[in-house]
Ligand binder design. Structure first.
Ligand SMILES: Nc1ncnc2c1ncn2[C@@H]1O[C@H](COP(=O)(O)OP(=O)(O)OP(=O)(O)O)[C@@H](O)[C@H]1O
Ligand SMILES: Nc1ncnc2c1ncn2[C@@H]1O[C@H](COP(=O)(O)OP(=O)(O)OP(=O)(O)O)[C@@H](O)[C@H]1O
Ligand SMILES: [Mg+2]
Ligand SMILES: [Mg+2]
Lengths: 256, 256
């Protein structure tokens, strides 16, 4: 139990948050108990569930900076089996405080340890950089999932990121595995995108998930109603594919 | 002369780099002299022009960390009137060095000053966070352009970012103006996106550029051939709209 998965990529806007939210929800729908941890000072997990409507008092900020126990910040998402820990950063000063506490790179790992046996999966959403927050996410993780869009900038960023992960893993977390490279926002009408996915499969072989997440307006719409796409539009291609991704991940785990 | 424009947003993947490259190119096509400065440790401006094929020795890293004069790092893009300064960061250690030199928030402003009179426009591409690199970009700038995609997460991030800009401007750069909010990757087939653009125009009025950049596969393809979309596909909607944006910006400047 207690698989810790970080969703990370240095490239912005490739679907890290969307994947954290929807993979987490899909695993919960398959009766796994899941905790989503928001490591992004922007608080994107909270935005995904419209938490600003609920007067949240405590989050990861209080745990990392004020030494509050983690259990005091766990909120249920509204879906059985899916809990959240929002970031709860309210100002730039708090963001700076959190980044500097995070210079202790195993801080999150230590904080998460007590709840590791309560959950089947703990999914960590990282910000689009390699700062101390992401490093905490990578030190705490058993595996990292790397979302990538099939476009040139993201392809170049992927190569760099995989090298960086090698050296981070050597220095700080020898257990860290690559859970997989996930192609997101795939537009099958664009020939160039198909070529890039073929190139990815040729180069990275079974590191690339079989499941590809299509570009789907329901996925982009879901956060505006405060729901994961699986609950907003269960029959949409986006929802179906995130459920498939959860199945692929659960079966990979059984192979290991 | 010497208008310094930073392209900035805390949200990832909203077209900061694409806007820096294509707005810069468009201004150069209109006979303005333009310098693109890459403030993103990921080196996205260099990636856009395939600079890795040219054995670049020096970039902003050498200027900010090794005190090399800025003029020693200026490269021509291949297009008359369009010069570049790549980041030239080759390792995480160099990235850390650069971020800590950048804790002196007016470092870039001081460095850029000597070349201010050589160029009509200096365009600075920022990374997707509010770290010391972006802060350098905002302290050095006369104005900031904020790209935004017409989707929920980006809308929430915009509100936060505008507040943050107010306090940054108060503390560090009272001259900083908002050059404009630029809607990028607009997909007019998606009703929700149209509603978001209408909402933006209603809320932020003439802070929002008239020009909207459409989602256009030629724009996404251009970096894979190492060219701005204006040179890769001059008749594409993406190229036409970035040229229009340049006209809108030049006429705004004449009104002031
Ligand atoms: N499959 C999809 N189809 C359509 N839109 C999508 C899809 N996945 C994500 N999006 C949208 O793309 C945008 C970027 O996604 P998201 O915010 O999850 O990326 P991110 O990597 O977490 O970004 P950041 O680097 O800023 O943290 C969001 O507006 C999101 O709603
Ligand atoms: N108008 C457009 N149409 C289609 N694709 C676009 C358009 N503008 C940008 N893109 C693509 O969207 C992706 C994100 O754009 P870009 O890298 O410029 O954003 P960014 O804000 O600089 O990202 P980051 O936050 O990682 O620095 C890139 O793959 C780019 O080629
Ligand atoms: Mg995110
Ligand atoms: Mg960029």
């Amino acid at each position: 139990m207690g698989q810790i998965i970080s969703i990370s990529s240095q490239k912005g806007g490739v679907g890290k948050t969307t994947t954290a939210v929807n993979l987490g929800t899909s695993l919960a729908i398959f009766n796994k108990s899941v905790l989503l941890v928001d490591l992004d000072p922007q608080g994107s997990i909270g935005i995904s569930f419209h938490l600003e409507d609920y007067h949240i008092k405590f989050g990861l900020y209080e745990v990392m900076v004020k030494n509050m126990p983690l259990t005091g910040t766990i909120i249920n998402s509204g879906l059985d089996n899916l809990d959240l820990i929002p970031t709860n950063i309210r100002s730039e000063d708090q963001e700076i405080e959190m980044y500097s506490k995070a210079l202790k790179l195993d801080l999150l790992k230590t904080i998460i340890n007590p709840v590791k046996k309560i959950y089947d999966y703990i999914i960590i959403d990282c910000p689009p950089n390699l700062g101390s927050m992401t490093l905490n996410g990578l030190v705490a993780a058993d595996s990292v999932i790397i979302p990538v869009v099939s476009e040139y900038y993201a392809l170049k960023a992927l190569g760099k990121f995989l090298n960086t992960l090698k050296s981070i893993s050597k220095k700080y977390n020898r257990q860290l595995k690559i859970g997989g490279i996930l192609v997101t926002m795939f537009d099958r009408r664009i020939k160039k995108q198909k070529e890039i996915v073929e190139y990815l499969r040729m180069t990275f072989k079974n590191l690339v998930f079989e499941t590809v997440i299509p570009r789907n307006s329901k996925v982009a719409e879901a956060p505006s109603v405060g729901k994961p796409v699986i609950l907003h539009a269960i029959h949409s291609e986006g929802a179906i594919k995130y459920l498939k991704l959860a199945e692929e991940i659960m079966s990979k785990k059984n192979e290991n």
